[in-house]
Design a protein around this ligand. Sequence first.
Ligand code: S3P
Length: 177
Amino acid sequence: MLINNMCKTSEKTLVLVGFMGAGKSTIARVLAKLSGRPLVDLDALIVQQQGCTIPTIFADQGEDSFRRYETEALRSLNETTPIVLATGGGIVGRQENWQLMRRLGLVIYLRASWETLRARLVGSSDRPLASSDRSEADIVNLLQQRVPLYEQADLIIDTDGREVEDVVHEIMTRVKD
Ligand code: S3P
């Protein structure tokens, strides 16, 4: 019984959520490799499906269009095999995205402090919502609005000051619990 449950859980798709700069893509890459699951990056999928970059989508069509594409990309994943899915930081804003993510598998919040995120976001040019023309106060405000949403995840993993491999091992251990 215990072994069956373990297998069931460990066969799930793992959906990584968290703010910009939380390390979702990096952690997803290592997690995919070590857990033997294919990696899907939702932002990359949107770029592929729409044929243009994320800053271009924001600039030409606006954030609402991007959010629509994000939900469409999520809906297009009807994986029967388990994957590791790296999402964009704003995926948590739409309730329907939560239904789609939960249908796919286990939602894991990679939590990081503002100090950590800020250091990683310096010089980031491909993130319209963290670009240099945004004030720090605006970005912190966005983070504060989103934290309660991220906290709806099935698992919360603290990442501050930790090596990627260490975080990945914690995820792999906890999804087997
Ligand atoms: C966004 C985060 C980005 C990307 C888009 C919007 C957000 O992904 O989806 O620029 O709203 O937080 P990362 O979290 O991978 O930077």
